[in-house]
Design a protein around this ligand. Structure first.
Ligand code: UTP
Length: 289
């Protein structure tokens, strides 16, 4: 089956309250891991997986995001004058990652509502990707690419990225109930958003990468509130179980949750250790502290 998945929705209209006061004026997605914003890492993953159209669901206060993915001729000319040619390439690369579309979510009513805001860009029966950039992933093969392979193998099924967590932590995540298919591949029969550990059907949790079908809008159209009085994406995924089928992949790679302080610091350390220019000195520094 040919890869026809070309669009990715990035819901990035949340408040980022766990990073206040930094996020009073700075979008959480623009916080830097190593040398680029969190959001750019997620867009690079999408682009490497063959996604061509990046749809950002954002708020009117996050204009710096638009500027970051546009070319800045003024900056390029200044760098040219200073003969900084490698830096010119690094600031030109963002706009080449794909075509960018922006939609405003006027109020953060929940992740499900944010995805619904991009409905008009998705065609009937179309399969598309949703990426939560808070989760950044270090992997040999981009995770969205790994999921597209499963999508093809299942004849067009919807696919969620999964990660096992200790049972006591499941209350922070969407959790699946499943029939096991193979070592890292599951057929999903139900989902629960943020269950109490004693009521959780498993310890397999949904990470911020989804391949969904247009059919998911059947439930999102109803704007029904769920956990935390927000419109939840997890609740709407149930509509995909029968048709086209809902599958889960325990992906190959390491995920860092940049939505909280500890995960964000861990991501910076791991991405630093992965960078050949600084890894040796960073190791020395870490030993020292
Ligand atoms: P979070 O639950 O992490 O919320 O959203 P948040 O507002 O970003 O951060 P905190 O909890 O206040 O610190 C997960 C993802 O869903 C997006 C967020 O931008 C983030 O990428 N989101 C959430 C929306 O786009 N709109 C919403 O209404 C809610």
């Amino acid at each position: 089956m040919e890869n026809k998945i070309k669009k990715a929705i990035f819901p990035i209209a949340g408040l980022g309250s766990r990073f206040l006061p930094a996020t009073k004026t700075l979008a959480k997605e623009m916080l830097i891991v190593l040398d680029r914003p969190i959001l750019e890492w997620a867009v690079i993953e999408a682009s490497r997986s063959g996604i061509e159209e990046m749809i950002f669901v954002t708020s009117s206060k996050k204009n710096s995001i638009i500027e970051h993915f546009n070319r800045s001729l003024e900056l390029e000319n200044l760098l040219k004058k200073k003969k900084k040619s490698s830096q010119i390439i690094s600031v030109q690369s963002q706009s080449a990652l794909g075509q960018f579309t922006y939609v405003i979510q006027d109020e953060p009513k929940g992740l499900g509502h944010a995805v619904w805001c991009a409905k008009r860009f998705i065609e009937k029966n179309e399969n598309f990707v949703v990426i939560l950039p808070d989760d950044i992933i270090l992997s040999k093969n981009p995770v969205i690419g790994q999921m597209i392979e499963i999508h093809k193998k299942t004849g067009g099924g919807s696919v969620l990225a999964l990660e096992k967590v200790p049972k006591r932590e499941v209350f922070k995540y969407g959790v699946i109930d499943f029939h096991k298919k193979s070592n890292n591949f599951y057929q999903i029969k139900n989902l629960v958003e943020k269950p109490e550990p004693s009521k959780a059907p498993s310890n397999l949790t949904v990470v911020g990468r989804y391949i969904l079908n247009y059919k998911v809008f059947d439930l999102l159209d109803k704007h029904k509130k769920g956990h935390g009085n927000e419109i939840q994406l997890t609740d709407s995924l149930i509509s995909l179980i029968k048709e086209p089928g809902l599958f889960g992949l325990e992906f190959d790679g390491n995920r860092y949750d940049c939505g909280n302080k500890l995960g964000f610091i861990e991501a910076n350390v791991k991405f630093g250790l992965n960078d050949k220019n600084i890894s040796k000195d960073l190791k020395k520094l870490l030993k020292k502290i």
